[in-house]
Ligand binder design. Sequence first.
Ligand code: PMP
Length: 399
Amino acid sequence: MCAVNHWDHWIEEELRRMAEKDLTRELKMVTESAQPICRRRGKSLLNLSSNNYLGLAGHPQLTDAMREAIGRGVGAGSPSSRLIVGHEEETALLESELASWQESEAALVFGNGYLANLGVLSALLGRDDAVFSDRLNHASIVDGIRLSGATHFRYRHRDLGHLESYLKKADQKGIRRKLIVTDGVFSMDGDLAPLQELVYLKERYGAALFVDEAHSVGVIGVQGRGWAHELEMADQVDLHMGTFSKAFGVYGAYVAGRREWIRYLIHTARSFIYTTALPPVVISAIRRSLQLVRQGDLLRQSLAGKCRYFREELSRAGFQLTDSMTPIIPIMLGESSSAVEFSQRLVECGILAVAIRPPTVPSGEARIRFSLMASHRDEDVREAIRSIVQIGYECKVIG
Ligand code: PMP
């Protein structure tokens, strides 16, 4: 009883400390969250916080695909992990379609992107290995590395000199194998990984390269194949990861690469082996979404045009932006309290754009992370920019 009180006290203290630093969060109820305009407490809000970049999450073809699958009798759930009962034909078809779209030998579906990163990194790396990871890589990469027990070199964001100094250091330490891992698009800054240079360094130092394309597949490159394909370097990346939860508008993730690597992951990635497979109804929606993503060049063009306009207007107004070249467009506000206030003011103006605070971003780098969708109307984007600039003046963020 006494121990329980001790825990209660500690948890209350932790929450109080977070509140003092403006770091507490609330789970807010929202309806029509897949649409460009969602509703919260009956109020319509322009959704500038969604990863549904192509607007596919609300696409009728995806819900039709799910209905058709239910009609074929697949049921609601999934019976087990794939290595136990097996998988429906749809899953095998999806994996071969993914491999052909990614122009790789094979692909493997995971429950989600977090699980994919956790599984891949802990399967590939062990205590005698070293991993070189951009400091702004996603939390799932950091957690996968921790789980692996490998020596972790976190290089400064996109700083190739820093990375190279670590690669040299690892050579002196007699490390067994080396892996470089990077986000393709950095999720909180919207900027792009320097893949050409990473490929050069990986070859020079005999490392492998794993790229998380969660925010680039569907959005960048011909047929939405992602950033490595856009640079025509996909075959020099050893393993690609992408999610179905963002541009695809569904849920789940995949890893694509050489056949033996995928076979190895089937035997070793614990987040693949010891978890229930995605339900077939979800697989059906992903397959339909893959078709839409591949045919979506017009959607991608429309999205890129909106993003260019949004970035240019905010930069012209004097906001501090990042090097974003993608639909993720943050404005830097510094302290968490400024970001929270800005976000509240946006809601009053009918805009949903959340404050991103530590620990998601480094201390002193709180921001509003806007993200655009192909399905946003141009007039709504223009109106949003007017409100953001107005609030920027009122909050003295711009002069
Ligand atoms: N990698 C990156 C770069 C991400 O931004 C995310 C999700 N925010 C993930 C992985 C995890 O993907 P999922 O949401 O499918 O678990």
